[in-house]
Design a protein around this ligand. Structure first.
Ligand code: IPM
Ligand code: MG
Length: 369
């Protein structure tokens, strides 16, 4: 049997340097765990625009559809701010999500004990935190039509975006949230704005229906998304799985990320429906952006990208034990006090560069054998 295939898209800013560390870890699994991948690499975002004049070529899109999993670094940078909307780096990422039909975006917010003092919230509010935000990723206001900027009848410019959800789009993401909850704390909180948006009413009714018909044994609650944001800051440990739409999920996952102390720590998985071979189409990426201000200086924290590969092991390759091993290795280096610049707090620690952090994770993996 051939090895599973991985398409790596390092992208822009710190993307390439954090991905270099992930490559070391992928190689480690090939050498030490007999878990080899066929890895290929390609361009996305500004890097693709610079070379091809588009943030994602059709060839790269085709490769992504072929691959068993895609691993992406980050896209974007200030040098692309003035580009036409249609060729902005972010369009490359959005095209991947849409054409791979990655409707379920898993964003775990886990607080590593060694970093609990980094959070802007008090230690007892965040220590041991482990929640999962499931964000709908292929519909809603991100893709709804009509959209655009035009001149209205009064001669005034007008910007329009449309929040639009069909029942089936809500059903499939709700199912994925309930399935996850069954393997975790068995609780789902659905968030929308049913008090002001019809799409929110449909969202709430549909999630409730999926629950009643298929997942009555999972605890379900509903919250308005604004109250949800407030509750995330007040007492985040009340949540297990949160399911929400594309835009609210974008906002709430950044809020949840900050609870854990650093955006540099958080991975994500974007999953489609399972294919014939049982594997879902999948793209894994850190939640953080391209951080152009620190790019190329060896300051970036590679952990979010490394943990994204751990999610790939778990969700694409059925390697839960190896995913646990990698997560434990990360936990170990943090407990040992190794800190990239973003993790340097008043209590100190050993400052390390991007590559030193990667090497330390490899050493912890070696020690786990
Ligand atoms: C995210 C990002 C993206 C989004 C951008 C880069 C298009 O903020 O993945 O959360 O808005 O979805
Ligand atoms: Mg975002």
């Amino acid at each position: 049997m051939s090895n599973p295939s991985l398409l790596i898209l390092p992208g822009d800013g710190i993307g390439p340097e954090v991905m270099t560390e992930v490559r070391k870890i992928i190689d480690w699994y090939g050498a030490k765990r007999d878990l080899a991948f066929d890895v290929s690499e390609d361009l996305v975002g500004g890097a693709a625009y610079d070379t091809h004049g588009t943030p994602l070529t059709d060839e790269t899109m085709a490769k992504a559809l072929e691959a068993d999993a895609v691993l992406l670094g980050a896209v974007g940078g200030p040098q692309y701010d003035e580009l036409d909307f249609s060729v902005k780096p972010e369009r490359g990422l959005l095209r991947l999500r849409k054409e791979m039909d990655l409707f379920s975006n898993l964003r775990p917010a886990q607080c590593f004990d060694a970093l609990a003092d980094f959070s802007s919230l008090k230690r007892d509010v965040v220590s041991g935190l482990d929640i999962m935000i499931v964000r709908e990723l292929t519909s809603g206001v991100y893709f709804g039509e009509p959209r655009g900027i035009s001149v209205n009848a009064d001669g005034e410019r007008e910007g329009v975006n449309t929040q639009r959800y069909t029942e089936s789009e809500i059903v499939r993401v709700a199912r994925s949230a309930f399935e996850l909850a069954k393997r975790r704390g068995n609780k789902v909180c659905s968030m929308e704005k049913a008090n002001v948006m019809e799409s929110g009413i449909l969202w709430r009714e549909t999630v409730q229906k999926v629950h009643d018909e298929e997942y009555a044994d999972v605890e379900l609650s509903h919250m308005y998304a604004d109250a949800g944001g407030m509750q995330l800051c007040r007492w985040p440990k009340q949540f297990d799985v949160i399911v929400t739409d594309n835009l609210f999920g974008d906002l709430l996952s950044d809020v949840a990320a900050m609870l854990t102390g650093s955006l540099g720590m958080l991975p994500s998985a974007s999953l489609g429906a399972p294919a014939e071979n049982g594997r879902p189409k999948a793209l894994y990426e850190p939640v953080h952006g391209s951080a152009p201000d620190i790019a190329g200086q060896g300051k970036a924290n590679p952990i979010a990208c490394i943990l994204s590969f751990a999610m790939a092991l778990r969700y694409s390759f059925d390697q839960g034990v190896e995913a646990d091993r990698l997560e434990a290795a990360v936990e170990k280096v943090l407990a040992d006090g190794l800190r990239t610049a973003d993790l340097m707090g008043p209590e100190g620690g050993t400052p390390v560069s991007t590559s030193e952090m990667g090497d330390a994770v490899i050493a912890a993996l070696d020690a786990s054998l």
